[in-house]
Each structure stands twice: as C-alpha cells, then as structure tokens.
Design a protein. Structure first.
Length: 396
C-alpha cells in the first residue's frame, strides 16, 4: 500500500516514478514507520509540493527549490531530497542567507542598494562563505549575519527620515541614532559603521565597543556533580537529554556543537570507548559510552525515514526530522531546563574546571574550543578566580 501511494506521489507525466527520485521512492516505501509515511502522504503540504514538482519536472534541483517560497514545505522537501541523496548536501544556513539577501535587495531603493550590496556581499556574505567552507557555519551565525545586514538597511532608512546622506554623517548624528536605537540594533550595526569608516564612506566615526561579557552563571561543585550523576544514572530522563547533559557537564561542549556530532566519532578498542569531538579522541566514562551506544542503536528507528548515511554524510548522533537534519539546540535547551539541567551554568562550570587542569592548547585540540577562548578561560581560572567568585557571591 505504501509503495502504491509513493508511486502516485512521485509519478511524472508518463505515470512512472521519475528516475531521479528513485532513491526517495525506495526510502519512503521501505521506511521503518510506514504509518507515519502514509499519514504524511495524506496530509502534508510538503507531500503535495513534492507531487507537483514531480509531475512537472524530470529533475528537482537546489536551484529549482531556491526559486520557490522558502517556507516549511519547501524546507521539508529539500531535507528529504538531501537525506535520500537525490540532492547533494550543502551548507543550507549559508545558502538561505544568500537567498534571503537576494529577495531583500529587490525591494531596496537604488541609492541604498549601492551601499548595502557591497557591504552585504563583500563583507558579511563573503566572510560567511569562508566559515561555511570550513563547515563551521551555524544557524546562530546565519541569524547574526542576517541581523547585521538588516541593521544596515534600517540605518539607511533612518538617514532618509532625517534627510541625511551617509557621506555627511557626523559623530553627533550617530550619537543621536545611538540614543534612539534598540540595543539589538546598536549591537548589529557596529559592523556596518566599521565598514563605512574603512571604505571612507564615513569619516572616523566612533562606535561604542561591546564590552567583553564575563561569565556569571556557575554551579557549585556539589550541584555540578549531582547533575552529572543524574545524567549518567537516572533512567527516568530521556536518553538524548542524558547524553547531552553529560557532554556539557564533562567536556563543556556547546549545544550547537553537540547537535552536529556524528556517530562515526564514536569508537571502541581494548582500552575503552572514545569520542572524537574535534581533532583527537577523548576517553569516555563507561556509563556515558553505554548511553551513546544505545542512542546510536535506537536513533536509527525513531525517524519515519531511517538514516541513509554515507562516508561523506555520516549519521547524526541526535537525528532530527528527517534523520539527516540536526536537532534544534534551542529545543534541547528548553527540555533540559524542564528537567532541572541548565546549560549555560553547567557549561561555564565545566570550562573553568578544565581550564584549571589542562593547558589551553589541549582544551582546544580535544574539545574544539577556540584557542583564544581557551586562553581566556585559563586566565580566568588562575589566581583571580577565587576573588571573582567571591565578588559574584557578594553581588547576589
């Protein structure tokens, strides 16, 4: 029954399954949860979109999907096609940034686009492309980059409202805007003003720097150990949350890194179980190793479409929907909080603990912490650390 419905969904003009979609057809027809697939075929807007595309096109490409509204249905269709290797995997957060700016630029006045386009394409997007090429471009990074471009557009609109030209902007004008702008606008617009100064479009305007934020949320040793013990031994907690909570409390990993961990990082030998988080394998506690083994086994069966991993695209440790899509860090953080397992305080506590025991270069190589960040944590963990904590307690 599932196979018939899939055949109808993916049929071309001749009534036959479009050859290019054969991998998707096989994955849907042999999915481990056929009832979920049938429900999706009956009710999902993305299934209807896929049927329309299959009937009208011999091949579905990224470029074809890029020309559609980038809504939930389009995203789901793209995810399915990437998951089943019909489409090649790409840095989707980066590509969505490019698509967003392409659409946004169409509505900008000519006088604005002359300024905004080079800032967006040659400063923000070019840097984003470099990070994406290194595989280090996250949803948070894309959001921050989009906010910088949006802030520049809003600033140009403010200049129009004040009947000002960018080249005639004075420090007094900028100070006026700073007093009126929202905090998020002031933060996001710093990159644009630095860029206009460097390009000679503005004359050495001073923009208030963003003070380096010192960590303020920590757990005391007893609380930290109690939470780690819960993650490792409390069977009433969801398995994924136990693993995520333990990785944060043992190794200070951020959620954005955890959701992109893949199962090929886990391996065992006669000496024990290891996980390679960055450059070198890290020895795991036996209990955590067993949890990860169980997650690898059960994670494959949860999604309606099971993972279709290759050497180029290994399985995610925490598969989303579809299994090629990572879980949402924000959703995981919320679930951890509901179970009394905060993320920021636990990560800060783990990082300062490691910084007091390991050289920065070791912390960087083992856990993927940027070397500058590792050095800052090491400095924080030195003699001033006790005084810093005492000052925090006094504030509280």
């Amino acid at each position: 029954m599932t196979g018939d419905r899939v055949g109808n969904l993916l049929a071309g003009e001749d009534g036959q399954i479009v050859p290019a979609l054969a991998p998707l057809a096989e994955a849907l027809a042999t999915a481990p949860r056929p009832r979920s697939v049938l429900a999706w075929l009956r009710r999902s807007p993305s299934a209807r979109l896929l049927a329309t595309l299959s009937a009208g096109h011999a091949e579905i490409t990224h470029e074809l999907l890029d020309d559609l509204p980038q809504d939930a249905a389009t995203r789901h269709v793209r995810d399915l096609l990437v998951h089943t290797h019909v489409l090649p995997k790409r840095q989707e957060y980066f590509n969505q940034l490019e698509l967003w700016f392409r659409r946004t630029a169409q509505d900008l006045p000519a006088a604005h686009i002359e300024i905004i386009r080079p800032f967006a394409e040659w400063f923000v997007i070019r840097d984003a492309r470099r990070r994406a090429d290194r595989g280090r471009y996250s949803l948070n990074a894309a959001t921050a980059d989009r906010n910088e471009i949006r802030a520049a557009i809003e600033f140009m609109q403010w200049l129009d409202s004040q009947q000002l030209e960018l080249t005639g902007l004075t420090q007094s004008h900028l100070d006026t805007w700073l007093t009126q702008a929202k905090t998020s606008q002031r933060r996001a617009n710093a990159a644009f003003i630095r860029w206009t100064n460097k390009r000679g479009l503005t004359q050495n305007l001073e923009y208030p720097g963003r003070p380096m934020a010192m960590p303020v949320l920590f757990l005391d040793d007893e609380e930290h150990e109690d939470q780690l013990r819960r993650c490792l031994t409390d069977g009433s907690l969801p398995l994924e949350l136990r693993i995520v909570g333990a990785l944060i409390r043992l190794y200070g990993l951020p959620l954005i890194r955890i959701v992109h961990l893949t199962t090929d990082g886990f391996h065992q030998d006669e000496r024990g179980a290891y996980f390679t988080f960055d450059k070198n394998p890290v020895l795991l506690p036996p209990t955590l190793a067993r949890l990860i083994e169980e997650q690898i086994a059960t994670g494959r069966s949860r999604a309606a479409l099971g993972p279709l991993a290759t050497r180029e695209h290994p399985e995610l440790l925490l598969p989303g929907q579809p299994a090629s899509r990572p879980r949402s860090p924000e959703a995981l953080s919320g679930q951890l909080m509901k179970h009394g397992l905060p993320t920021i305080a636990a990560r800060n506590t783990a990082l300062v603990g490691m910084a007091g025991e390991l050289p920065p270069i070791i912390t960087s190589d083992l856990f993927g912490v940027h070397r500058n960040t590792a050095t800052q944590w090491a400095a924080l963990a030195q003699d001033s650390w006790a005084g810093y904590l005492a000052a925090l307690r006094a504030i509280k």
